[in-house]
Design a protein around this ligand. Structure first.
Ligand SMILES: [Zn+2]
Length: 499
């Protein structure tokens, strides 16, 4: 992080101030059709090909609630230990924005379908309870593309293009109650909560939860108060923080920034802020007041939703095992230690490791690649490990080649390079880059002879019975063959010549 004037170090800030967080997570449901019409929801279609009079807000078009989306909303509410409203309605949230063709968003206001829940998040082995205020249904907006500016933002743009394919896609917004007591672990708690939510939603099968494609987006509210004070300070809301890593960075930055402002005797402005992935900083957006009035009123074109007790119980019976139960089961199956399991969960790699094991890898190998090699690369490129362009099946395929002796760990790293660079499957990369281990005796034997000729003193030691000295010759052969020699076979050939 660059040091801006007025920033206070994170740890130093938390000696004086106590952070209070609130997280609002928007999740796109992966229903086949939109929230109030029959348009498909697939990602990546040609702009404005998945639209109809309803989601374009044309006069006279009448919406109908998507039953599958309501089921998903209830299941999410139940998985978050919420009460389910026996009766609830949609409301119109009125405001103008070009990517919202109706000039209002159909949302839920004072009657959310799920409310008053909680979830238990693992933070470095401790359980941290996060209270859930509500989970409500709404629809997504379209997308604006600002053309002509350097940054892709509206500032400096010459014109803007609109794509309404996303307008009307079902969303669930999950809102926490103020998260207090996280102290110096605030950034970790926030990250762990979002990672936990992601895992929970994936296990429910209600969303693909791809943060990089925007199907899960997080708004981060943060305020500071002097340690020991009960009343909350003024908060800021950092919008659209779109990776686990960014959630953590946004919290750290806002703590540092707000501590600097408060420490200088100034006041925090209640505003929305933008997070910048490149610098890790937030900048001011628009000033926001609690009195913001969207003129909500009940949506007259939609019938209320009645969730009968029988229906809710039927849906409760479809819930998967709770995340903590699932983790305990996987830990036992994998023979992983508490610390290893904590690392896997902390890296957001639980599902990746699980799927890699399901694709045939040993748990040890799956953990090794995802937590060392791939986590390092994700950190270098500033993305979450789940966003790397490599699948669990690819990782299992690479490990299978290691197990078969076709490549070694060093060559495997080259295969990761190729797959991540989009050069194809692991098999294709091995073929194209010529990464296979050489175990052909003719090629190896010639290299062994050259190594022996180049180091007669080492050869003499081996002849005299110092077999350990063979390591130097193996190293020379490996170097000549750029790491692609079958080390075991090289050793055999050296010893067969000298002993
Ligand atoms: Zn439509």
């Amino acid at each position: 992080m660059t040091t801006l004037p007025g920033l206070v170090g994170f740890d130093e800030a938390l000696e004086t101030f106590d952070p209070v967080m609130g997280l609002e997570v928007h999740v796109e449901l992966d229903t086949a059709t939109k929230m109030f019409c029959g348009c498909p929801t697939g990602f990546g279609a040609e702009p404005n090909t998945q639209v109809c009079p309803v989601c374009l807000g044309l006069p006279g078009a009448l919406p109908v609630v998507n039953g599958a989306a309501v089921q998903s909303a209830i299941r999410i509410g139940l998985a978050l230990n919420c009460s389910i409203a026996p009766w609830c309605r949609f409301a119109r949230k009125n405001y103008f924005y070009p990517d919202m063709p109706k000039n209002f968003q159909t949302s839920q206001y004072d009657e959310p379908i799920a409310y008053d829940g909680f979830t238990e998040v693992d933070v470095d082995g401790d359980v941290f309870r996060v209270e859930i205020e509500r989970a409500h249904m709404e629809e997504d907006t379209g997308k604006s593309l600002h053309v002509g500016g350097a940054t892709g933002r509206i500032h400096g743009a010459v014109h803007s293009l609109l794509d309404y394919n996303r307008a009307g896609v079902p969303l669930i917004e999950i809102v926490t109650k103020p998260i207090e007591g996280a102290g110096a672990r605030a950034a970790q708690v926030a990250r762990a909560y979002v990672a936990h939510l992601r895992e929970l939603l994936l296990s429910l099968g209600v969303s693909d939860v791809r943060m990089e494609q925007g199907s899960m987006r997080c708004d981060v509210n943060l305020s500071l108060r002097p340690v020991g004070q009960q009343t909350f300070g003024t908060r800021t809301e950092t919008k659209n923080v779109n990776s686990l890593r960014s959630v953590e960075r946004a919290i750290r930055f806002e703590v540092s920034r707000q501590a600097g402002v408060l420490g200088a005797g100034a006041a925090i402005v209640q505003e929305t802020r933008h997070f910048h992935e490149d610098t890790g900083e937030t900048t001011a957006g628009r000033v926001k007041t609690d009195a913001e009035d969207y003129r909500y009123f009940p949506e007259p074109d939609l019938t209320p939703i009645e969730a009968t007790a029988d229906w809710v119980e039927e849906l409760r019976a479809t819930l998967p095992e709770a995340p903590r139960v699932r983790r305990a089961r996987l830990q036992q199956a994998w023979g992983a230690s508490d610390l290893e399991m904590r690392d896997i969960v902390g890296a957001g790699a639980l599902i990746l490791v699980e799927q890699t094991v399901a694709a045939g890898s040993s748990p040890q190998a799956a953990r090794k690649w995802w937590l060392s090699e791939l986590t390092r690369r994700a950190n270098e490129t500033g993305v979450d490990v789940s966003e790397l362009a490599i699948t669990p099946a690819d990782v299992a395929g690479i490990q299978a080649m290691v197990d078969a002796g076709r490549i070694n760990d060093k060559l495997a790293r080259g295969v990761f390079d190729g797959v991540l660079a989009g050069e194809g499957t692991p098999q294709e990369v091995v073929a194209a880059r010529g990464l296979e281990v050489v175990s052909d005796d003719a090629a190896l034997g010639a290299a062994v002879d050259r190594a022996i000729a180049a180091s007669p003193d080492v050869a003499d030691k081996i002849r005299a019975g110092k077999v350990a000295a063979a390591g130097a010759l193996i190293g020379a052969v490996m170097k000549e063959m750029r790491g692609q020699a079958d080390a075991g076979r090289v050793r055999e050939l050296i010893l067969s010549r000298l002993t």
